[in-house]
Design a protein. Structure first.
Length: 135
């Protein structure tokens, strides 16, 4: 599967590695896994995104993710992306725009992103956003 998630810090920070081309089906699996993790989490769960080995993504994953319960889940913590490949910046900008807040924070290096999440990220002081109005 082109998206792999595992614990970086158990019950606190996930690392999500993307490989190859991420498809609609891959995002469905990720959403299902995240929903299970977040539903059972004792506190907000942050994620360190690693997209360095990803080649691209299907456009449908943007709408699929933003319309899922994941970005608005009470246990959805901060997402930090280090060394963002240029081809993924439009994805980050679009997700942040559609959510009406910063869902994904960008960092120049892995250590800065990791430290930001270890210090609590942004979500410990911000309430989760509300879903966008349905058309």
């Amino acid at each position: 599967m082109p998206i792999e998630i595992r614990w970086l810090v158990p019950n606190h920070i996930l690392i999500s590695r993307w490989y190859g081309v991420v498809t609609h089906q891959d995002m469905l699996f990720l959403i299902e896994d995240l929903e299970n993790i977040l539903d059972n989490a004792p506190r907000p769960i942050h994620t360190l995104l690693d997209m360095n080995e990803a080649e691209g993504y299907e456009e449908s994953i943007v709408e699929l993710y933003i319309n899922s319960p994941i970005p608005y889940h009470s246990n959805r913590g901060t997402l930090a992306l280090a060394h963002a490949p240029e081809r993924f910046l439009p994805l980050v900008e679009r997700l942040n725009s559609l959510a009406g807040r910063t869902l994904i924070y960008l960092f120049d290096d892995y250590q800065s992103a990791r430290q930001f999440l270890l210090s609590g990220g942004a979500s410990d002081t911000q309430a989760p956003p509300t879903p966008p109005d349905s058309p």
